[in-house]
Design a protein around this ligand. Sequence first.
Ligand code: DLL
Length: 433
Amino acid sequence: MSDKFLSKIEGASREEIREEQSRRLRETVKRCYENIPFYQKKFDEIGLKPEDIQTIDDITKLPFTTKQDLRDNYPFGLFAVTNDELVRIHASSGTTGKQTVVGYTKGDIDRWAECAGRALYSIGTRKGDKVHVSYGYGLFTGGLGMHYGAEYMGATAIPASTGNTKRQISLLQDFEADIICCTPSYALVIAETMKEMGIDPKTLPLRAGYLGAEPWSENMRKEIEKTLAIKAYDIYGLSEIAGPGVAYECEAQEGMHICEDYFYPEIIDPDTLEPVKEGEYGELVFTCIGKEALPLLRYRTRDISALSYEQCSCGRTLVKMTKPKGRSDDMLIIRGVNVFPSQVEHVILSLGMEPNYQIIVDRVNNLDTMTVCVEMSDEVFSDSVKKLETTERNIATAMQSTLGIAAKVKLVAPRSLPRTEGKAQRVIDKRVI
Ligand code: DLL
């Protein structure tokens, strides 16, 4: 370990990084071809042999992988190892019956912990510091990801998990945490609750927050820094690739450094699938070049971002990505849970309702809210008020169990929702982030 960075590679020359990437890509491609029938079939279809991949520049010859491929191979079909080598499983939040399941070997967990550890180190966390982790612990990668990262780099992890904000604040006071890890929206809830409790955030030793798992703006950063009296840093990740720590903002805050020795990034045009020029926005694609259990090739994240290879003033040479500025699909992130409008539709239709609905997402008191307006048929419309209330409740219950988050359901009059000639506007996102 150097003093400046947690891992030497963070400051290595571009040639050294490329060499390491090429070596790991060759290994990964071989591993995929030999152990994952899905990839073997894809390679054979396009006449690609593992030996055709020699350097990192050959990566564009490889096929893409999508979330649908993970779903189609649910739960373990894309794993390159047998179950006895797995030490952990996570799953993505809020999907229907078939979730996106990800697995890790012991080595995968170590490398992921290293990435989350690099992140914490880069914002000045050191041995002796306490890291209060308020991301959810569970199938979601946020809690355990940052927990292992803190332990890996020698700090003290406080596994607070989510919920019970007043208790979280007492813990922050009593244990004197230095760093908090949570979603940006939850950071604001904590700030607001502190105010209600009459606690001045400046009286706490808390100095920084590692905030991510959902999109947030520069304005939100300012608001958090002011109301919580901390420095707010961005951290990015996705379960398919590892979890938090795939990319992280350092103290210089000039973009998020990607752990590109483990997760090789590309930016493509989501329509043509061709790479775009450096600095241009497009869809972020990752190839896991240091994963044993789930080494995904050219995984389409759907996040829209841009890359910069300009050296950072912190001295790190690792490529940087901009804050994701949207998605190339219709996935919504509501209170940290991934929600697809198609899931809402599935619930509504499965309960015999009409396929006319609208999802209204808003942010009230810094927390995301979701209201689903469902149009009634003439028949349902003539039901008694009591029966309509029961129908609303039934839809809400089904929604909660399918999506994993609560949604308010409002039955609306027949033919009252707007109709369009083209694509229906299913989602109205009123959040200003
Ligand atoms: O959200 C992992 C994570 C946990 C990242 C804690 C950071 C902190 P998933 O639930 O699989 O994993 O969701 C991944 O969330 O594709 C992005 O669309 C979005 N996302 C994650 N981090 C950021 C961020 C975790 N910093 C999806 N800014 C990703 C904007 C983010 N969007």
